[in-house]
Structures are given as C-alpha cells and as structure tokens.
Design a protein around this ligand. Sequence first.
Ligand SMILES: Nc1ncnc2c1ncn2[C@@H]1O[C@H](COP(=O)(O)OP(=O)(O)OP(=O)(O)O)[C@@H](O)[C@H]1O
Length: 201
Amino acid sequence: MLEVRDLTKAYGGLTVLRGVSFTVRPGEATAVIGPNGAGKSTLLHCVVGSAEADSGTVSLDGAVLRESDPGVRAAVASVLDDFDFFPDLSVVEHLDLHAHAHGGGGVDEVLAELGLEGVSDQLPATLSSGQRRRLALASCLIRPRRLLVLDEPEQRLDAAGREWLADRLAAEKASGTAILLATHDVGLRDAVADQHVDLGA
Ligand SMILES: Nc1ncnc2c1ncn2[C@@H]1O[C@H](COP(=O)(O)OP(=O)(O)OP(=O)(O)O)[C@@H](O)[C@H]1O
C-alpha cells in the first residue's frame, strides 16, 4: 500500500534521512525506531507530505503520494505533532467537525472508547495533556482510513491508555488498516509491529 524508496532529507548541513526505503502492506504495522534526533518525525512528515524530502519517492497504491489529493486525504489519517485544536470548539464539536468533514460517524462511540465522555463539553485549553492526546487520537479514529501514521502515539497516555492503544492498533491491523508509527515504547512496538525501520542503526 505504502512504498517509500530512497528517501533523503537534510536540514542545512545536517543529513537526517539517508536513503530510507520500506513498504507497508494492508493489515501490517511498521515501527520507526531510533534515539532522539534520529529522524523519525522527519520521516513521517515526509511520508504524509507535510515536509518535502530532498530526494526519493513516497507512493500510495502505486501512485506518488500528494497531500492535496482527495484520494490521499480519504485514505491517510495521521497524528504527528501536538495537534492544532480550534480553541473555541469543545471536544465533541471537534469530533463532530471531523466526522462531518470526512464523512465518518460514531462520535459517541469514539468519545466513550477514548474515555472523553466526561470532558466532551470542555474546550481544548481546559484538558489535561493526556486528554488532549486522547482527543487527537479520537479525531484520527473518527475518520475513514486505510493508512494510519502516528508519531509516538503513546506519549502522555496513562497505563490503561497505553494498553488500549496496543489493542486498538491490533484491531486496526485486523481490519486491514496499514500502520506506520514512530515509537520509543518497546512494549507497543513488540505488540503491534510486523517490521522495524531503525534510523539509529
Ligand atoms: N525544521 C528543522 N530545521 C532544522 N533541523 C531540524 C528541523 N526539524 C528537525 N530537525 C533536526 O533533525 C533531526 C531529526 O529530528 P526529528 O524530530 O526527526 O527526530 P526524532 O527521531 O523524531 O526525535 P525524537 O525521538 O526526539 O522525537 C534533529 O537533529 C533535529 O534537530
């Protein structure tokens, strides 16, 4: 489904990605690993098109992946940096907006699954950092998707949240979704990843 070939990226004189290649198939998860600064986030941004690689290709279903392509928007759901929330929209309004924009649904189910029912009327600024992370994941899971791209999705989740995440990603794989995630969590990696891309090697 996703094919990354010979991706290179430098910031000024600092080469971060040196010819990175891998594929992700439907129903499989690829974990991007490596120490702080290894280039994991850079790689994910290049994959989804929010950063431009210096060379190499990223293809989805055999065609060059372009962020602006409606087909790509319908297929790829990502949580990369800390999410930009609309400051004046409540938790449930954010999810309604995403559901409406992407033709998805099930806001109540996702609120319950992420444990956000009790804060559904709160504004993002009033949420805890873990609740904001849950909202970011909820916003991603409310939309149709064939490829999930997640940058350290375990960050700021409590133990129960991390357990939920591993189960959820396993369920996503079982339903045929391809997953590309950067993680420092060895337990999560071992639980869900079918292959690793080690940028620290
Ligand atoms: N916009 C930028 N301009 C210049 N350098 C950058 C930029 N973004 C990232 N870098 C540098 O690129 C390198 C890789 O950063 P990146 O965020 O991709 O690493 P990472 O593996 O995700 O790290 P972490 O585990 O800490 O999240 C770092 O040395 C970082 O300082």
